[in-house]
Design a protein around this ligand. Sequence first.
Ligand SMILES: NC(=O)c1ccc[n+]([C@@H]2O[C@H](COP(=O)([O-])OP(=O)(O)OC[C@H]3O[C@@H](n4cnc5c(N)ncnc54)[C@H](O)[C@@H]3O)[C@@H](O)[C@H]2O)c1
Length: 404
Amino acid sequence: MNERVLTPRNRGFLFLDSHPAGCERLVADMWEACPEPVREPAGDGPVALVVGSSAGYGLAATLAGLKRAGVRGIGVSFEKAPTARRTATAGWYRTAATADIARAAGRDLVLLNGDAFSDAMKDQVADLIEQRFGGRLDYLIYSVAAPRRTDPDTGTVHASVLKPIGRANRTRTLVFDDDGAPEVREVETGPAEGNDVEQTVAVMGGADWERWIDHLAGRGLLADGFATAALSYIGSALTAAIYRQGTIGAAKAHLEATARSLDERLGRTVGGRAVTSVNGAAVTQSSTAIPGIALYTGLLRGVLGEGLVPPIRQLAALWDQLTGAAPLELDEEGRIRLDRFELTDDVQAAVADRWESATTATVAELADLDWFRGEVRRLYGFSVPGVDYTARVATDVPWPAHTA
Ligand SMILES: NC(=O)c1ccc[n+]([C@@H]2O[C@H](COP(=O)([O-])OP(=O)(O)OC[C@H]3O[C@@H](n4cnc5c(N)ncnc54)[C@H](O)[C@@H]3O)[C@@H](O)[C@H]2O)c1
């Protein structure tokens, strides 16, 4: 048993270790925060697949699916195992905690660790649906955020970048020094070059989502009325140059175009649906890597306080719309919008005001830094209320087994 006391060691927003007990508690807190089901599902519940189930919005999709919509099924993520020297990644521990919760709730949930972009993973999932889940998939939530993707047809490795398109972008961004003191800094990101846009679209666009649907449809595993949603983001004018108008925005536009063509096809073939779900800003490992997003999110929370809707509540609302517990509300582009709390004119005007006046000296009054710093640490299981960080913890937690 590898047991030790873990203290956070980090470089910027990246931490070397993750805290198993903190991750477990965080998942339990998300479960608690998820609203109760509108109605109990019939029988064993619908069958769902969540791709990207160990973190951020995909974890919220998994937990809210289990609790709010009563689903069973499969979650896929890509996490690193513990070693003698290093803890596992936080998503590994969150996955172990998710499995325990599903078991306690009496829901059959299989959690797989591996590359969702590969055909081998798609085969493994299809086999499971066939053999364990009655051969019919009712829902697929696609919530992968990855820096790279190997194209299974060509073997080419595509790498996504976070760059503006056309010209360089200067933005303010928030960093913390080793003592945790905040600094507002200007950073410049050069424009996309060469095939940066195509590469980013190849990783974060709709290609892999569509490949999942092709694969499962090809094996005859999509239930009548099958519904799928992929997560998207629009965000503020303050971050548009780097986000929505940038390389990642091009990928999101591709994802949304993929939704429209999949929707048409699924409607025709299985009476199904495909949509994107546009969600609000959240502190995740992926989002903190985007220049300016840390400052923006801290200021947003400064403006909204508890009005900033956490992922678990947004995803409960997504399940309601997918299952028909609430009416499906689509914008003029056919997207579910769970980001309205963030994008109202008055919220955006207030954030823009604060953005203008934010400096190293003023940021503590304008942004909710305690919350932001805490959220970053909680991504790794630190700063979770109720956890004794002086206690020794076992780090060699096994990946959940899924014997029938
Ligand atoms: N964070 C935000 O502010 C925000 C807002 C709106 C929408 N979104 C969208 O939500 C989606 C998820 O983002 P997030 O911020 O929750 O990310 P995240 O980094 O918190 O989680 C990413 C997940 O993808 C999994 N993953 C990565 N590579 C994988 C691979 N090769 N195979 C299998 N699984 C893999 C990880 O294990 C993890 O479960 C993205 O589409 C993102 O654009 C995020």
